[in-house]
Design a protein around this ligand. Structure first.
Ligand code: ASP
Ligand code: MG
Length: 449
């Protein structure tokens, strides 16, 4: 069994949905296909919910109708047989009614969750109808029948595995099982979701819960790149990477994969293959535990970082100081990304500054506080173990003229990160690209005979 997940762009138009069907149908193993909502749809659904909260029913109705019309034009191009077009039309009308039913009512979080679930419900239903039209052996299974989260809001992987195994065993002769990413039932058995971008996580949880052979994540880029292609011209897609390196990169800015989705796969040691729906022939990137060790695997950057420095002589030779500092962040539900300390100061970074005012207020009791915004964390993944001599100097040699605000090294063997001003980010990424990937230099130079 393998799991194939397709993101919003992959199912973003009738043409693309047909491409997805081709990819799925060329897969030889029995498979589970996890789909996102069509691109942009979850944003629209979120807008509609926001309008309902504000009782702006007229505006909400306009958005609902726009979405309905958009879907209507999709099905015109997706299906060629009248029967399937009619079926799809029924589905859309039913969905349209559900959405309109919230008009003139008291809107609650329950309603919002139900609305947000509709994107994946529609994309999977349309895909199942398409598979039927082209005569493929597939079944739609509802994620709401097995994807269950517990009190912590996290998926209950064992329960999920039990329910899903039963569902699969009842369909042993069905080649493709189609299901929704993102949506789930929560501890109260209500419709909920795994948070924005959560479809990758769904795929990984499904794969891990049934111990599948491989999880494939299909997007619109050919795998993970050695550097951020939005800011660096010469990047290449990497053939393979370890789970630990991939986790660091996904967390620190590589947009290709939801950071949480590495964990279930790593726990069960299931290889994750990142592929491009629009270039299925290219190799993609394999995340697995047998990746050949290399000095520098890849670089990523994460923006909108805030640094907070707490300077206090009370820290000098004292114990328990950091605990008190961390408690402030815990109370404000804010996670810390990087941390460095000196004898009389501690600097740390956060990426969610929602509670910054309260945090500063509470930290003031400890000493002098300095806050700096508009920073970026640059994350370098590779073999950064302490015995790999020369690797840190190679990195910093590239950055002679760049002011560096913080450095984090030695936390793991796979990662070195540092903090710079976001205005320096593009320069940093390019300098590192030039200095750390000699392979690129070789490609650039003309061959001399
Ligand atoms: N459709 C959801 C979102 O846009 C989940 C996903 O696509 O991963 O956040
Ligand atoms: Mg996504």
């Amino acid at each position: 069994m393998i799991v194939l997940k397709f993101g919003g762009t992959s199912v973003g138009s009738p043409e693309n949905i047909k491409k997805v069907a081709e990819i799925v149908n060329s897969c030889e193993e029995q498979n589970i296909v996890v789909l996102s909502a069509m691109s942009g749809v979850t944003n629209t659904l979120q807008n509609i919910s926001d309008l309902f909260y504000l009782s702006k029913f007229k505006e909400a109705k306009l958005e609902i109708n726009d979405l309905y019309n958009k879907y209507k034009s999709v099905i015109q191009d997706l299906f060629s047989k009248k029967y399937f077009l009619l079926k799809a039309d029924e589905l859309l009308s039913h969905n349209h009614k559900i959405m309109l039913s919230f008009i003139d009512s008291d809107f609650t979080e329950k309603g919002e969750k139900l609305i947000l679930a509709q994107g994946e419900i529609i994309s999977t239903n349309l895909f199942q109808l398409l598979m039927e039209e082209i005569g493929e052996n597939s079944n739609l299974i509802s994620a709401l029948d097995f994807m269950k989260t517990g009190i912590t809001g996290e998926p209950e992987i064992n329960l999920i595995g039990d329910s899903l195994s039963k569902i699969i065993s009842e369909r042993s002769n069905v080649k493709t099982l189609i299901t929704q990413g993102f949506i789930c039932k929560n501890e109260y058995d209500e419709i909920d979701n795994l948070k924005r971008g959560g479809s990758d996580y769904t795929a990984s949880i499904i794969g891990a819960s049934i111990n599948c052979n491989q999880i494939q994540i299909w997007t619109d880029i050919d795998g993970m790149h050695n550097n951020d292609p939005r800011f660096v011209d010469q990047t290449f897609s990497i053939d393979e990477i370890s789970f630990d390196e991939a986790a660091e990169l996904a967390y620190f800015g590589a947009k290709i994969l939801h950071p949480k989705s590495i964990i279930p796969a790593r726990d069960k040691n299931i290889p994750v293959l990142l592929k491009n729906t629009f270039k299925p022939e290219s190799k993609g990137t394999l995340i697995h535990n047998k990746a050949k060790i290399v000095n520098i695997r890849a670089i990523a950057a994460k923006d909108k970082i805030t640094a907070i420095k707490i300077k206090s002589y009370r820290m000098l030779m004292a114990y328990g100081f950091l605990k008190k500092v961390f408690e402030v962040f815990e109370q404000n539900k804010t996670s810390i990304d990087m941390i460095t300390t000196s004898e009389v100061a501690v600097s740390l970074t956060i990426d969610d500054a929602t509670a910054i005012d309260k945090i500063i207020q509470q930290l003031k009791g400890f000493g002098r506080i300095e806050v700096e915004n508009d920073l970026s964390i640059i994350c370098i993944a590779g073999n950064l173990a302490q015995n790999n001599k020369g690797i840190t100097s190679a990195i910093f040699n590239c950055l002679e003229n760049i002011p560096i605000r913080m450095i984090s090294y030695g936390g793991s063997n796979y990662n070195l990160s540092f903090l710079v001003k976001t205005t320096d980010k593009t320069d940093v990424l390019n300098l590192l690209n030039k200095g750390l990937f000699p392979r690129l230099e070789k490609v650039k130079k003309p061959v001399l005979i």
